[in-house]
Write a protein that binds this ligand. Structure first.
Ligand SMILES: C[S@@+](CC[C@H](N)C(=O)[O-])C[C@H]1O[C@@H](n2cnc3c(N)ncnc32)[C@H](O)[C@@H]1O
Length: 252
């Protein structure tokens, strides 16, 4: 066994199947296939090949697959995760690629980003939203620290996608909420796929609506669960109830 293969074993188990510079793969038997490479292949055509000079935030970076790809395109990446096990994998892999000078890792809660005082050109927010107890707060925080683009992915709840948002409704019309296309987020009290942190499964129309209320518009949808979003110019006035609630929730 090569020294790299020994280290891969020592740092396991892996969720990201990284293809390391010597050809070793970290999770070749992944149940989802070559994950997340097959997702990256769908998204990468929408990311400029040269993003030198841009700042990127990778939220829930895991073993750093996306951080590494984005740093390879020239970005300066800040990568955060709550789990030291995954951060150790990511730091080791980044150094193997010679990219540790371009990626800074922090063990950190997403919610603490509200207090960092930094804004990023591109925010990578994949595979984390549905793991959060406070998903809309998270999206509000992410919105405030995104300068241009956010790449978003969530587990989806199945449903129809042809929904026209209603501007006004009265109390007795609530039956329309039973339609399959109504923006809906299923709450998962116990485990989904053995994971007790899978709290939510939003449908597509709920994702679109939540993104809108948090200051994003969907620019492209490279796959069913992946959204490339642009920050809209909307500025929430200081006295707006949304802003007051945000400040109370984040202690800002
Ligand atoms: C399903 S994995 C997704 C990993 C990667 N973003 C991807 O799309 O392949 C979720 C990751 O988010 C991290 N995570 C979960 N909750 C978090 C939180 N509140 N703050 C920061 N990271 C979190 C987990 O430790 C895990 O590495």
């Amino acid at each position: 066994m090569s020294a790299i293969a020994v280290q891969v074993k020592r740092l396991g188990p892996w969720f990201h199947n990284l293809h390391l510079p010597d050809g070793t793969q970290t999770a070749p038997e992944h149940t989802l296939g070559d994950f997340p490479n097959f997702k990256w292949v769908e998204i990468e055509p929408y990311i400029p090949f040269d993003i030198s000079g841009l700042t990127v935030l990778d939220v829930g970076c895991n073993a750093g697959f996306y951080s590494i790809e984005l740093a390879r395109r020239g970005a300066m990446v800040t990568a955060i995760d709550i789990d030291p096990h995954y951060l150790n994998q990511a730091k080791w892999a980044a150094s193997l690629y010679g990219l540790d000078h371009r990626i800074t890792f922090h063990q950190m809660q997403l919610y603490d980003l509200a207090h960092q005082g930094r804004v990023y050109d591109l925010v990578w927010f994949m595979g984390v939203f549905y793991h959060l107890r406070y998903p809309l707060l998270a999206l509000d925080i992410i919105s405030r620290i995104t300068r241009n683009m956010m790449v978003f992915q969530s587990l989806l709840m199945p449903g129809r996608e042809n929904h026209t948002p209603r501007r006004e409704m009265d109390l007795f019309e609530r039956g329309v909420m039973l339609r399959q296309s109504w923006p809906t987020m299923a709450f998962i009290e116990h485990r989904l796929d053995g994971d007790p942190t899978n709290w939510w499964a939003p449908n597509h129309t709920a994702i679109q609506a939540m993104l809108r209320t948090c200051g994003f518009r969907v620019h492209k949808r490279p796959s069913k669960e992946t959204y490339i979003c642009l920050r809209t110019a909307e500025k929430i006035p200081k006295e707006d109830l949304r802003e007051l609630e945000y400040r109370a929730a984040t202690g800002r």
